[in-house]
Design a protein around this ligand. Structure first.
Ligand SMILES: [Zn+2]
Ligand SMILES: [Zn+2]
Length: 232
């Protein structure tokens, strides 16, 4: 068997796993189709929820998902503050502590309320590749810009701190762990957002906010129910 035939055959085998549609299921275009994970791998790990959609639709759904994640994470704004607070005191929040603070947000926050922190004026510094003393480890190193209060969650702000690249990586790991833990709880929002996008070709901003709020309250109600059962 020549190489071309073998390649074709292996493509057929792959095609049985993920059938490759000839057109984008959202807009019907036939060109530039790319895989899109309806359940992001960074949040849900490896999973088979993949569809082939066109560039344009992929860009639109990605923007909607980013917006949705911003709305979800706003409910947990105090956890970003905690992570940063611990960090500046040279302490590290463990996975269990992060879970505890997430639980606390479910108990204390009743609906979509963006908890804006009081933003301290920090001189805007656009220098890149600066060297200096790391806020955390105190070593003189090449520093990275860190934005502890994400605009998608806290709104516009220019709070920037300089910490060394090693410390920055450790910090980002905590933040990513926390965000993924929260976002996984909202898996139904990802599924619903995709369903609505696939049928309408867009999702309205208010609709996304409403989906998130409904899910937040539903998760909260379920927890209350289970907690009552445990107490009894
Ligand atoms: Zn499309
Ligand atoms: Zn450092």
């Amino acid at each position: 068997m020549n190489k071309k035939k073998r390649n074709q055959q292996s493509l057929c085998v792959q095609a049985q796993v993920i059938p490759r549609p000839k057109l984008c299921p959202v807009c019907g275009r036939t060109k530039n189709l790319h895989p899109h994970h309806t359940k992001k791998e960074i949040v849900f790990g490896k999973n088979p929820s993949i569809v082939l959609i066109c560039d344009d639709c992929r860009h639109k759904i990605q923007c909607s998902v980013r917006l949705m994640e911003g709305y979800i994470l706003r409910n947990f704004a105090p956890v970003y503050q905690k992570i940063w607070e611990y960090y500046t005191q040279n302490r590290h929040l463990t996975g269990t502590e992060i879970t505890g603070y997430i639980e606390q947000c479910f108990i204390e926050i009743d609906s979509i309320v963006c908890e804006y922190i009081s933003i301290v004026d920090n001189p805007k510094n656009n220098d890149r590749g600066v060297e200096g003393i790391c806020l955390r480890c105190g070593h003189f190193k090449e520093l990275a810009r860190h934005h502890p209060f994400k605009r998608a969650v806290f709104g516009e702000n220019d709070v920037v701190y300089y910490i060394c690249k090693e410390c920055h990586t450790i910090l980002e790991r905590s933040v990513t762990h926390f965000e993924a833990t929260v976002l996984r709880k909202f898996s139904r929002c990802y599924a619903q957002a995709w369903r609505e996008f696939a049928s309408e070709g867009f999702i309205d901003k208010d609709r996304i906010e409403w989906l998130v709020q409904r899910e937040f309250l539903s998760i909260k109600a379920k927890r209350r129910y289970y907690n009552c059962k445990i107490k009894k």
